[in-house]
Design a protein around this ligand. Structure first.
Ligand SMILES: NC(=O)c1ccc[n+]([C@@H]2O[C@H](COP(=O)([O-])OP(=O)(O)OC[C@H]3O[C@@H](n4cnc5c(N)ncnc54)[C@H](OP(=O)(O)O)[C@@H]3O)[C@@H](O)[C@H]2O)c1
Length: 218
């Protein structure tokens, strides 16, 4: 499959090869070793893996002199299971990048949507988040208020929060300004009080946004 991907992309090597889901760590992780040895794959990342699975993947690669370079998990103010489950600490202690996905909860934390202006009702994200938009108002209100202090938007505060937690946010952009705003957000350094305040408001929503494709990180 890697060879076919390289051929389709017209490339000699893959910078980072992601194992998207932890179907069977012992079965699939060893398949990366010959690709790393040949130089066709430079780095390996694992996604949606919990701490036990990350440790095991790192052990398998480690026996061959390689390592897990990056973890890509759902991580937002509303979904901090990778922190609670020890994944963030493990990554920090082992020099592994943590790439955070769905930091803005598909737009629900962008400040653009509320009960008067909901997400498209017929979309999957509308069905998931529209029923809880009223519960998100205190949180997005505070994100917007903190944003005013930094000359930033609600979305940028969500991104700055993920950076403050030591993660690399991967933001889904549907407009050019989303890309510009994401880059600008990297300059915002939130205080510990702001981080704490946002997390308390997030916890108070009582919302669990785990995706149907994810298993628990703990
Ligand atoms: N490994 C996995 O299993 C997995 C799963 C899911 C996602 N991902 C990765 O994570 C990436 C991001 O996920 P995602 O797009 O689903 O969620 P997201 O980044 O939480 O949300 C993206 C949405 O937020 C809004 N947005 C983004 N920047 C904004 C800004 N500056 N101002 C206002 N609104 C803004 C946009 O909504 P509007 O379009 O409504 O404006 C956009 O569609 C994906 O592209 C993918 O690479 C990985």
């Amino acid at each position: 499959m890697a060879d076919a991907s390289l051929e389709r992309m017209g490339l000699d090597y893959i910078d980072i090869y992601w194992i998207h889901n932890p179907m069977d760590v012992d079965r699939w992780t060893p398949g990366l070793i010959p690709l790393l040895r040949s130089g066709k794959v430079k780095r390996v990342g694992v996604s949606n893996h919990n701490i036990k699975e990350i440790r095991r993947a790192n052990e398998i690669l480690g026996e061959a002199g390689f390592k897990v370079s990056a973890v890509q998990n759902h991580f937002s103010l509303l979904y901090r299971s990778s922190e609670k489950g020890g994944v963030l600490d493990y990554c920090r202690e082992n020099g592994i990048e943590f790439w955070a996905y769905m930091v803005l909860e598909q737009g629900a934390l962008s400040g653009k949507y509320n009960k008067e202006n909901p997400l498209p009702a017929d979309s999957e994200r509308g069905q998931k988040y529209n029923p809880v938009l009223p519960q998100l108002e205190a949180l997005t209100g505070e994100m917007t208020a903190i944003g005013e202090k930094y000359g930033a938007s609600c979305s940028q505060i969500g991104i700055a929060w993920a950076i403050a937690k030591g993660t690399l946010p991967i933001i889904g952009a549907t407009k050019e300004r989303h890309v510009i705003e994401a880059a600008e957000a990297a300059k915002i350094v939130l205080t510990a009080e702001e981080v704490n305040c946002l997390e308390q408001l997030a916890d108070a929503t009582g919302i669990d946004t785990r995706g149907g494709w994810e298993h628990t990180m703990e």
